[in-house]
Design a protein around this ligand. Structure first.
Ligand SMILES: Nc1ncnc2c1ncn2[C@@H]1O[C@H](COP(=O)(O)OP(=O)(O)OP(=O)(O)O)[C@@H](O)[C@H]1O
Ligand SMILES: [Mg+2]
Length: 262
């Protein structure tokens, strides 16, 4: 199953003023096993791109195809973790993760089995009966990841899911995400503002720029595969080639935001 984004343009037309080109002719192909991360300044169209892939927002022109079929709306082969976690506060942890499975019409026992398995993967086996408002922000984000995983989507779409976490929790959830990625042939599309996080997680890194929103640089990145082999996040992030690439990307982003794209 391949995800193809072909010449996707999204324009918003405000009541007053000129139209805003949130994305201009974006091309991107994502294959199973890839972890693609988009980095870029606020307003460069990252969420807009994710929302068009999720099927929440139709492109103004261009097309998105999954396994050759045009994406015309949301679907269960795409799991979404939102920029705000968007859990249902009146349900328990387990209830939140079971929710999508219930919509699919799965029997109660099967729902429970899958939900408990996903919650174990994100380290929340002890919290399944708790209402979500009792959880810390980091735990709520992990519920969001478990919920998105539960329906076994081929594509995982994550919009800055770890932005609000402290450094240590953030690193442990990054490791959980890489474990999920490594154990499956899923594709990941992940948005972040954090250069180190982008380098650690991605197999491919995209840098986007605004006005109009577009992809201006693309890199192959080795570090998530290195982590999958060594399981030592600190060593991966402290390696000289990691630091060198981090500084290079930071430089590029500085140039991108100052408008110098040469
Ligand atoms: N529904 C909408 N109606 C009008 N304009 C919108 C809408 N959604 C997004 N925009 C505009 O499109 C541009 C891209 O927005 P988008 O949310 O995709 O940016 P982003 O890269 O995700 O930013 P951030 O890093 O702040 O989350 C922005 O200028 C935004 O104001
Ligand atoms: Mg956004």
């Amino acid at each position: 199953m391949v995800l193809e984004i072909e010449r996707v343009t999204v324009e918003f037309r405000p009541k007053k003023g000129p139209p805003l080109v949130a994305l201009h002719e974006v091309n991107l192909t994502i294959r199973p096993g890839e972890f693609v991360v988009a980095l870029g300044a606020s307003g460069c169209g990252k969420t807009t791109l994710l929302n068009t892939v999720a099927g929440f927002l139709p492109p103004t022109s261009g097309q998105i195809r999954l396994a050759g079929k045009p994406v015309l709306g949301p679907g269960r082969e795409r799991g979404v973790v939102f920029q705000q976690h968007a859990l249902m506060p009146w349900l328990s942890v387990l209830g939140n993760v079971e929710f999508g499975l219930r919509l699919q019409g799965l029997a109660r026992g099967e729902r429970r089995r899958i939900a408990l398995e996903c919650l174990a993967k994100v380290g929340l086996s002890q919290a399944v009966e708790q209402p979500v408002y009792e959880l810390s922000g980091g735990m709520q984000q992990r519920v969001g990841v478990a919920r998105a995983m539960a329906t076994s989507p081929a594509v995982m779409l994550l919009d800055e899911p770890l932005g609000a976490l402290d450094a240590f929790t953030r690193e442990s959830v990054q490791e959980i995400l890489l474990d999920i990625w490594r154990d499956s042939s899923r594709m990941f599309f992940f948005i972040t503002h954090d250069v180190e996080e982008a380098l650690f997680l991605s197999t491919r890194l995209l840098i986007m720029a605004p006005q109009p929103g577009r992809i201006v640089h693309e890199f192959d990145v080795p570090f998530s595969r290195r982590f999958a082999q060594t399981r030592n996040a600190r060593a991966v992030k402290a390696a000289p080639d990691f630091i060198e690439m981090r500084e290079r990307i930071l430089d590029l982003m500085r140039q991108t935001s100052s408008g110098d794209l040469s």
